[in-house]
Design a protein around this ligand. Structure first.
Ligand SMILES: C[S@@+](CC[C@H](N)C(=O)[O-])C[C@H]1O[C@@H](n2cnc3c(N)ncnc32)[C@H](O)[C@@H]1O
Length: 323
């Protein structure tokens, strides 16, 4: 276990209080449809590991999931999710929200395996990423899907993942005023870069929920990127090989990132489909209109150097810098 931890819940409570609206909910719904390659989740059980604001649990409810269970380690995130559930007027029998850790085997044993296991941007913040990936993968029903996003590994000396690790540690050890200065400096530098490229920062901020692809908010994201700790990272190839070789999962969706942002994946656990048959079979590169680039450096089929987005079932939407 790690000694410092970013107050994710505080950030998510503020996001729910100030930012979540119908437009962001619609963006979140679209992101789930894209990642899970389905038009709806009717009849399916959805498990949201590290549910944060609860926005994606709500999206799953709105896509017709039979039952949604969301959990998070941070009491503030649980509170944020419950606030959103109350606002959406969804009952607890449909959408259950509990506090717990993906690294706690006793807690996990009390949860039903799900048709859709969703853990976006979570497992690299647990302090034990590969154990958390094992635990999450253990909750997928045969025939079910596992959607996850994991920070990319960038090895550059300046601006690489190791530098971000030091920066995040420094942020979390700093008093509030220093953290605020760090947030403004980083967020401001990203906006200034827009100006230098003769793009309007105001337009960028306005369009951010859609540009992020997930209904997010720029300043809450900045705080999450600069503060999100514990922090681990892996290349797309490492995540793919781990889940494919160790857990026997098949890749159905991949969206890679050439910076520090998250690579997104969806995997299928082969086996009898116990839920509704509304999810398309494993996507092909032809469907996505892209060359297939299943990661795996050893086989020479890893993401092309500098690959941005695309691959198996991938997209070419714009994504901003992170962590
Ligand atoms: C970057 S947020 C992502 C939230 C949400 N999945 C989303 O996509 O908006 C990461 C979340 O993971 C939660 N988390 C960190 N470690 C965890 C653990 N061991 N078990 C469950 N949740 C955890 C944090 O509290 C935080 O709410």
């Amino acid at each position: 276990m790690t000694e410092i931890r970013f107050a994710f819940g505080e950030n998510w409570q503020s996001f729910v209080a100030t930012a979540v609206d119908d437009r962001r909910i619609a963006n979140a719904i679209e992101s789930l449809k894209r990642l899970l390659q389905t038009e709806d989740l009717r009849g399916l059980a959805f498990l949201d590991i590290g549910c944060g604001s609860g926005l994606f649990s709500l999206a799953a409810v709105m896509l017709g999931a039979e039952r949604v269970v969301g959990f998070d380690l941070d009491a503030g995130s649980v509170e944020a999710s419950r606030t959103l559930r109350g606002r959406a007027d969804v009952g607890e029998e449909k959408w259950r929200i509990v506090q717990g850790s993906v690294l706690d085997p006793a807690f996990l044993a009390g949860l039903e395996p799900a048709d859709m296991v969703y853990s976006w941007g979570v497992l690299h913040h647990t302090g034990s990423m590969w154990a958390a990936i094992d635990a999450a993968a253990g909750k997928i029903r045969p025939g079910g899907r596992f959607a996850l996003a994991v920070y990319n590994n960038v090895e550059d000396f300046v601006g690489g993942s190791a530098m971000w690790l030091r920066l995040k540690r420094w942020y979390n050890r700093s008093p509030r005023p220093v953290r605020t200065v760090m947030e403004w400096s980083y967020g401001g530098s990203l906006l200034a870069r827009k100006l230098l490229r003769l793009r309007s920062p105001w337009r960028f901020l306005r369009e951010y929920p859609q540009r992020s692809g997930r209904g997010m908010d720029f300043w809450h994201d900045v705080r999450d990127w600069i503060g999100g700790f514990p922090y681990e990272y892996a290349t797309a190839g490492e995540v793919f090989r781990y889940l494919h070789e160790r857990h026997g999962l098949e890749l159905t969706y991949l969206d890679t990132h050439d910076g520090h942002g998250c690579n997104e994946f969806a995997f299928l656990r082969p086996g009898a489909w116990e839920g509704a048959s509304n999810v398309t079979p494993a996507a092909t590169a032809a469907q996505a209109g892209n060359e297939s680039r299943i990661p795996g450096e050893a086989g020479g089929t890893g993401p092309a150097p500098g690959a941005k987005a695309g691959g198996v079932g991938g997209t070419n939407r714009e994504r901003e810098a992170g962590p």
